[in-house]
Design a protein around this ligand. Sequence first.
Ligand SMILES: [Zn+2]
Ligand SMILES: [Zn+2]
Length: 194
Amino acid sequence: MVALVSEAQSMNGGGRMTTSDDAETLSCIRHPGRSTVLRCGRCNAPICVACTVQTPVGARCPACAQRRRLPTYEVSRRLYLRAAAAGVAAGLLGGMVISGLLRGLFAIWLAPVFGWLVGEVVARAANLRRGPGLQAIAAAAVLVGAVFGPALPAIVSGRPIGAALLQAVLVAGGDLWVGVFGLLAVFFAVQRVR
Ligand SMILES: [Zn+2]
Ligand SMILES: [Zn+2]
C-alpha cells in the first residue's frame, strides 16, 4: 500500500510549485539524484522507494516513521527484556545439557543446534521481531549459556553461586573449544533474528 499522490493533488494540498508535467523531476529528500513519484503520507516530502517505510497508517518518510514509533518504545523495551530473559534461560539450560553430554571438540557439533534453538527462543519471546538489538541479545544469551550453563548442576546441588560461576569462567577461559563452540553458536543464533 504505497501512497501515490498525484501531482495535481499535492499542488492543491501542499501548495508546492509543481505541476503534473514535472512529476519526474521530484527527487527524494534523502537521495537528491533519485527521481520519484512517492510522497510521505504525513509530511508530504518526496521519498524514493528505498526510503519509504510502510506503517499501519500508510507510507511514511523515515523521519515520520520514526516519530510514530516512539509511543511504542515501552512495548519494545518490554519485548527486549522478555527476549533477554527467555534467551538467557534457554542458553543456561542448553549449556548445562550439552556440557553434561559432550565436551571439547565433540561438543562443537551441537553448537549450530544450540545457537539456533537459543535464537528461536529469543525470536518467539520477541513476537518474531528481528533487528540488531535482538541479535545482540541472542549472542549474549548464547555466550552466557555456554559459559555459565555448565555451573547450574553445582549451584543446584548447594555450591556457593559465586564460587560455581567463577569456576565456570576459569574452565571456559582455559578451554579453546568453549570459544569455538560459542562463536559457532552465536553465528547461528544471530541468523535466526536478523
Ligand atoms: Zn514525512
Ligand atoms: Zn531515497
